[in-house]
Design a protein around this ligand. Structure first.
Ligand SMILES: [Cu+2]
Length: 237
């Protein structure tokens, strides 16, 4: 008897599609319209792309990792980080001044407190969502942690291309997150992975008019006017 169309296993889908169950690779690109040619230097590497099994029953066990979000030169590096649920992020302070890291957004609220040069703090992220991170001392510092409940994700290349490998055959929802997006595609796209190489349809978005929004400190208050002007201004330029 042929397997039913409601079967939730990747193997059954592979049989239905006449393909082997060998892992596949999905590749694609995102076209970005910006206000002007020089606005974002053609750098798309802060966009996160991920594939989520269309049937939650097909979701694989999540690998967790320990990753670093460095604070250096009064900057979070990288600005955008993608991790799986259950992973831990270290926030080492490589500057000669105190820093903080906190989030009051829905993804996961946390506050590591004020901590001195040469030390580090760690936070484990236990639910999916977009976590916007700031420093309570320096309002110019920000980062985004995208916490995912799928292991199939990547950050885009500088020219808007991406590739996600080692996918079991099946159906997936294709998502992306761009902090700077102001318009364009936003709904997930249903993608059938039924061959070793799958090309995803191109996605289009606009960053025209993007302005990094102001934010409050961890107490919900405005930062002092001169908050970013402490004596350390980064390395000599
Ligand atoms: Cu800081």
């Amino acid at each position: 008897m042929r397997p039913s169309l409601t079967c939730s296993s990747f193997c059954c889908l592979a049989l239905l599609l006449g393909e082997s169950a060998s892992p596949a690779t999905v590749s694609g690109r995102i076209d970005i319209a910006a206000k002007s040619h020089g606005e974002r230097s053609q750098n798309s590497s802060e966009i996160v792309v991920w594939l989520e099994p269309a049937d939650a029953a097909d979701a694989p066990a999540l690998p967790t990792e320990h990753v670093t979000l460095l604070q250096k030169d009064k900057t979070f590096m990288p600005h955008v980080l993608a991790i799986t649920v259950g992973s831990t992020v270290d926030f080492p302070n490589a500057d000669p001044i105190f820093h903080n890291a906190f989030s009051v957004f829905d993804g996961q609220m946390f506050d590591v407190g004020l901590y001195p040069p040469g030390t580090s703090k760690a936070v484990r992220f236990h639910r999916p969502g977009v976590v916007r991170v700031f420093c309570n001392i320096h309002p110019s510092m920000s980062a985004v942690i995208v916490v995912l409940d799928t292991p199939y994700f990547t950050k885009m290349g500088r020219e808007g291309e991406y590739e996600i490998a080692n996918l079991p055959p099946g159906q997936y929802q294709l998502h992306f997150f761009d902090e700077r997006q102001t318009a364009g595609d936003s709904k997930p796209v249903l993608l059938t992975v039924d061959s070793p190489q799958v090309s995803a349809p191109p996605m289009h978005l606009s960053e025209r008019g993007y302005v990094r929004p102001p934010h409050k400190n961890k107490y919900g208050l405005d930062y002092p006017v001169d908050a970013d002007s402490d004596s350390y201004a980064g390395p000599p330029r």
